[in-house]
Design a binder for this molecule. Structure first.
Ligand code: TYM
Length: 321
């Protein structure tokens, strides 16, 4: 029996943090053996945020090194960048024509931007349709993501159904989001969702000094330790690294001693991050090979996309020869 198809992507908009890792990227590595896996760099999504050619180039290279450093293996997984496959944007246009404005206005990301009185670009508004194209192009069965991307995967499902119904043709498979319990929303140093835009992150490849600084900045919560309450903001990050059983005695013995607990967390984070950071430093010394892997992945993904687009063009009736 052929394996199911797994697909996911990350925006190259800055250093990934441990929320990206535990919420999504760790699953990529864990699952790459069991699925026909595809992981990509969502550079056209990032274009909504990064509008500087030099910076974009660097961010793409950085994310590719991150992917390899966490353990994505190009022998097992297809790794590519979105912009190497222009079929993604072609399919986005086709989806645009069967999608209504009110439907896109219900997207959380759009509503958040609107609530902040931001001037919203057409690209931001249309973000879910490019994401639907990313997913549906390759017949993905499973899409591992954090909670914040769940609605986008649902939009992809709806869009597949709408297309198949409109053109009376089962061209697209319906994908499912895969969200890991316990890490669906990894909290940041202030207890809110860890996010680059909130400035509350612990970078995945942080130096020892950055780890110390980030952990020391964790907001101590008001719960009274004497009543047996845990310092939640410290504990919630700590339990990403160790089981609750392993942490129990440490937290029981050090009730209210925030400094001791933070120091223990710093130690565990350092031990966890160090090997990945070292691997990444090695990769940074050979960017030519890194880019070669990315380029090859792009060619293989493009061949798949070309095939799918033949089916799409046939279904919508623009393929005359
Ligand atoms: P992005 O780049 O914002 O985030 C990458 C992944 O990290 C997850 N994540 C988190 N999970 C748990 N806790 C957190 N604090 C946290 N912060 C981020 C995200 O849910 C995501 O899974 N639109 C996507 C990229 C994308 C994509 C796709 C993903 C484009 N096309 C197709 C899957 C399939 C994004 O901006 O993710």
């Amino acid at each position: 029996m052929s394996k199911k198809i797994l697909l996911s992507g990350v925006k190259p908009t800055g250093r990934p943090h441990i929320g990206n890792y535990f919420g999504a990227m760790k699953q990529f590595v864990d699952m790459q053996n069991d699925y026909d896996s595809m992981f990509f760099i969502a550079d056209y999504h990032a274009l909504n945020f990064i509008q500087d050619g030099g910076e974009m180039k660097q961010q793409i290279l950085d994310l590719m090194m991150d992917y390899l450093a966490i353990g994505l293996d190009p022998k097992k997984s297809l790794i590519y960048k979105q912009s190497d496959i222009p079929e993604h944007t072609e399919l986005t246009w086709i989806f645009d024509t069967i999608t209504t404005m009110p439907y896109l206005q219900r997207a959380h990301a759009y509503k958040d931007a609107e609530a902040k009185d931001k001037e919203i670009s057409v690209g931001t508004f249309n973000y879910p349709m490019l994401m639907a194209a990313d997913i549906l192009m390759y017949d993905a069965d499973v899409v591992p993501v954090g909670q914040d991307q769940k609605q986008h995967v649902e939009y992809a499902r709806d869009t597949a159904q709408k297309f198949n119904f409109t053109f009376k043709n089962e061209v697209f498979k319906l994908p499912d989001a895969k969200i890991m319990e316990g890490v669906a929303v990894v909290p940041g140093t202030d207890g809110q969702k860890m996010s680059k835009s909130y400035g509350n992150t612990i970078p995945l490849f942080a130096s020892d000094e950055e780890i110390e600084k980030a952990v020391m900045s964790i907001v101590t919560d008001s719960g009274s330790p004497e009543e047996g309450k845990l310092p939640q903001n410290v504990y919630n990050i700590h339990k990403l690294l160790k089981s609750e059983d392993e942490l129990k005695s440490l937290y029981d013995e050090n009730k209210g001693k925030y400094k001791v607990l933070k120091e223990a967390l710093i130690e565990d984070l350092k031990n966890f991050i160090r090997p990945m950071r070292e691997k990444r430093e090695q990769l940074a010394g050979d960017t030519e090979t890194v880019l070669e892997i990315l380029k090859e992945g792009g060619k293989r993904a493009k061949a798949k996309a070309e095939k799918k687009m033949e089916q799409v063009r046939e279904a919508i009736g623009v393929k005359l020869y």
